[in-house]
Design a protein around this ligand. Structure first.
Ligand code: NAD
Length: 377
């Protein structure tokens, strides 16, 4: 095992979407060893999945509570050091809270919790316990997103004056028109998904990305949401006007009923000296526009990029990297923090970023419910 970080996983079983991304990401820099977890609440599936991926059954637990109880009996040098929470949204808070209270480091999926108050509670406990806590806004790990962040902080774009982020998916369209299909989707169930569907699931990615790359905070917003049917309790689509300052304004557009769109997440940042454009579906190209000059397309792994971006590529230029690599960079950032190694402040999204995400969701819902009014963050 050497100096590898002992990782546990909650959720992310064979039936899940995001589990495989975390497992591969954790292996990418050879820094973690998956020592156990509770991957599925169904005991049989939990065990057969653990067998399939080669995790010893003595540390595959029937429930989260048993995992905590048994791990705490182990000496510190054998115990899981960090635990990834990859369950549906409503379980993030109770799991993360108990993990923090017991002194575990945590990697948690977004949205961090189901309410802003819960998120603040986690932040207060973390302050006291001083543990490492990452929230996996996965897209912040891409080399070209990190290049974007670095160029903006070095002032290459001048003063930011316009921001436009679009996150369009279409997967709810075939589901939403049939009530019996709707009922099968946990993201459309307030008890499991939380206060919001579209804004909570993907609007938060756009919000986090905006604050991540610009280093600025959203101060005010006005939202207009679409629920499509009266008996559908959670939003499916939203347009959010945002103000970061009196002279920096823009829009976050998110939809899960943008028919036949796949994962069309586009980030456009416009400054007084130039602009940057990035698309998740083509993540290895960053477009740099400068007044009066031809368009430049920056690509990963080249010497002209920032150290932060170069540190996020593992292979020479021309070898496409994707979502697994992006999550891998976040796990690598967490590993550096756990081993007290020097790392960029953007190496992984923090608990505070998760708290901001929850504030965003609640304020969007408030604005929409109040008749599309401006609200302060
Ligand atoms: N960062 C990203 O880009 C990204 C992408 C997809 C999903 N997510 C987030 O990841 C989380 C999971 O989403 P998903 O799409 O993988 O969900 P999913 O429904 O596909 O998988 C959830 C997994 O959790 C397991 N599970 C449920 N209850 C459990 C319990 N009590 N104990 C242990 N395991 C339990 C299920 O068996 C399943 O394996 C959500 O919060 C979602 O928002 C993030």
């Amino acid at each position: 095992m050497g100096n590898k970080i002992r990782l546990g996983i909650l959720g992310g079983g064979g039936d899940s979407l995001i589990g495989v991304v975390h497992r591969i990401a954790s292996n990418m820099f050879d820094r973690y060893e998956l020592v156990g977890g509770c991957f599925n609440p169904n005991e049989e599936e939990n065990k057969s999945f653990a067998n399939r991926i080669g995790v010893p059954l003595n540390r595959v637990y029937v429930s989260f509570d048993v995992l905590i109880e048994e791990e705490l009996k182990l000496p510190v040098e054998e115990r899981m050091e960090v635990i990834s929470v990859l369950t549906p949204n409503f379980l993030h808070f109770p799991m993360a809270k108990k993990l923090l209270e017991k002194g575990f480091n945590v990697i948690c999926e977004k949205p961090l919790t189901t309410t802003h108050a819960e998120a603040l509670e986690l932040e207060a406990i973390q302050k006291e316990k001083q543990t490492v806590f990452a929230v996996t806004y996965t897209y912040t790990g891409y080399p070209m997103v990190r290049q974007m962040k670095d160029m903006i902080r070095r002032g290459v774009l001048g003063t930011i004056q316009k921001v436009d982020l679009q996150y369009y998916q279409g997967w709810i369209n075939p589901v939403i028109h049939k009530p019996e299909e709707r009922a099968k989707v946990w993201r459309l169930d307030p008890k499991k998904g939380g206060l919001s569907c579209c804004i909570g699931d993907i609007g938060t990615h756009a919000f986090d990305m905006l604050e991540y790359v610009t280093g600025m905070e959203v101060k005010k917003l006005l939202a207009d949401l679409n629920y499509l049917y009266e008996d559908n309790p959670l939003d499916l689509d939203g347009t959010v006007l945002i103000r970061m300052s009196e002279y920096c304004k823009g829009v976050i557009r998110a939809s899960q009923i943008a028919t036949a769109e796949e994962n069309n997440f586009t980030v456009q940042i416009y400054g007084s000296e130039g602009s940057l454009k990035w698309r998740q579906e083509n993540p290895n190209e960053l477009v740099h526009l400068t007044e009066g000059l031809p368009m430049q397309v920056l690509k990963p792994g080249h010497d002209y990029l920032s150290d932060f971006s170069l540190d996020s590529s593992k292979i020479p230029p021309g070898h496409p990297e994707g979502i697994f690599d992006s999550m891998g960079n976040i796990y690598n950032g967490v590993a550096k923090a756990l081993r007290n190694e020097v790392h960029d402040e953007g190496a992984f999204p923090t608990l505070h970023d998760g708290v901001r995400g929850m504030l965003f969701i609640e304020k969007v819902l408030d604005s929409n419910a109040n008749g599309n009014t401006w609200v302060d963050l």
